[in-house]
Design a protein around this ligand. Structure first.
Ligand SMILES: N[C@@H](CCC(=O)N[C@@H](CS)C(=O)NCC(=O)O)C(=O)O
Length: 304
C-alpha cells in the first residue's frame, strides 16, 4: 500500500505506515554509492511521479564492515587506544548513528563546544542493554553526558551545560535577542514536530526518492522551513544564526538528514542550508560512522 498523498486530511497516526511502506520498497545500491546526495530540488511544487517513488535505495560507503551487534554493554568506542593519553574527562553515551537523531544532536553539540569526549555506545534493540540504560540514565534515553563527575541527560540540558562551560564556543548566539530566538526554535524542535519524527524517521543509510509525505508531516515540514528561512534572512546564513553553527543547527541537523533520506522538496535557501549542515566536519564524521553500522535494525526503523 502506498502512503497517501500530501492532500490527505489524515494527520494522526499515519507516520509509521508511511515509513513502513517506504521501508518495504527500499533497495540496496552498490557499495560505492556516495553517502551525500544533493538536497536541492529542480522543480519545487511539481508532483513527484509514482515511478520515482518506487525506487528507494540504500546509501553505503565502500568497505562497510559488520560490527558485532550483541556485546553492547556500555563501552568506549572501538577506536580508543589501549595505551596513550589519559582518558577524556567526558563520556557521551549514545545509540545508533544511523537511527538516533537525539544522539546526533548531542554529538554535534559536544563537537561544537570543543569538548574532549569519548563515546559510549548502547544498543536499544537489546533488552539487557535497555535495562542497563535504565540504570544509567534516569530518563532511559540517550544522549547522556558524563563530565567532571556530573551526569547530564536530555539534549537541551546538554547543550545548555556545554554553553555554560564554554560560552565562547558559541553554542548560543552572543546577542540576547538572538539567543532568545535560538532557544525558542531549539525548544520547538525539542517538543514538537511529532508527525515529522513519526513519518520520516532518521535513517542515514536509506534514500526514498519521491517519498509521499502525509499532511500532518507536511505541516511540520512547512513550519520548519519557515523557521529556517526566517533565521537565514535575519542572520545572513549560512547557518541559522549567522556565520557559525549554534545549538539550533545541531537541533535541526537530523532534519537535514531526513530531508535527504525522504527527498523532501526544498527551495534554494533551505537546500543551501541543508547542504551546509551536511558538510560540517562533525556531520560528515557522524554520517561516515552511520554508514558503517550494521544493517537493518528493523525494530528501530520507525522509532526514531
Ligand atoms: N528528550 C530527549 C529525547 C531523547 C530520545 O528520545 N532518545 C532516544 C534515542 S533517539 C532513546 O534514547 N531511546 C531509547 C529507547 O527507545 O529505548 C532528549 O532531548 O535527549
Amino acid at each position: 500500500m502506498r502512503a497517501p498523498t500530501s492532500r490527505s486530511k489524515s494527520a494522526s497516526g499515519p507516520g509509521t505506515k508511511a515509513a513502513a511502506t517506504a521501508r518495504a520498497a527500499k533497495t540496496t545500491v552498490p557499495k560505492a554509492a556516495t553517502p551525500e546526495p544533493a538536497t536541492a530540488k529542480p522543480a519545487p511544487g511539481k508532483p513527484k511521479s509514482s515511478k520515482s517513488a518506487a525506487k528507494p535505495s540504500v546509501a553505503k560507503p565502500s568497505g562497510t564492515k559488520p560490527v558485532a551487534s550483541k556485546p553492547l554493554k556500555t563501552k568506549p568506542s572501538a577506536s580508543k587506544p589501549a595505551t596513550g593519553p589519559a582518558p577524556a574527562a567526558a563520556v557521551l553515551t549514545l545509540s545508533s548513528k544511523n537511527y538516533s537523531s537525539w544522539s546526533l544532536r548531542g554529538f554535534l553539540m559536544c563537537r561544537m563546544a570543543g569538548l574532549d569526549f569519548e563515546e559510549a555506545k548502547v544498543s536499544a534493540d537489546d533488552p539487557d542493554i535497555r535495562a542497563e540504560l535504565l540504570l544509567q540514565s534516569s530518563s532511559f534515553l540517550v544522549p547522556r553526558l558524563d563530565h567532571d563527575g556530573m551526569r547530564i541527560w536530555d539534549t537541551l540540558a546538554i547543550g545548555e551545560y556545554l554553553h555554560e562551560r564554554a560560552p565562547e564556543a558559541g553554542l548560543l548566539p552572543k546577542e540576547r535577542a538572538a539567543r532568545a530566538h535560538c532557544r525558542s526554535i531549539c525548544g520547538e524542535m525539542h517538543s514538537g514536530f511529532a508527525n515529522l519524527r513519526s513519518a520520516l524517521p532518521m535513517n542515514v543509510k536509506v534514500r526514498h526518492p519521491g517519498f509521499k509525505v502525509w499532511t500532518g508531516a507536511q505541516a511540520d515540514i512547512e513550519r520548519i522551513l519557515t523557521i529556517w528561512r526566517g533565521c537565514l534572512k535575519a542572520y545572513g546564513g549560512p547557518y541559522l544564526f549567522g556565520a557559525a553553527p549554534t545549538m539550533a543547527d545541531a537541533m535541526y541537523a537530523p532534519v537535514c538528514s531526513r530531508f535527504t533520506t525522504y527527498d523532501v522538496e526544498l527551495d534554494a535557501p533551505t537546500a543551501a542550508y541543508c547542504k551546509a549542515i551536511l558538510a560540517l566536519p562533525a556531520m560528515k564524521e557522524w554520517t561516515k560512522a552511520a554508514l558503517e553500522e550494521p544493517d537493518e535494525m528493523e525494530e528501530l526503523d520507525v522509532e526514531f
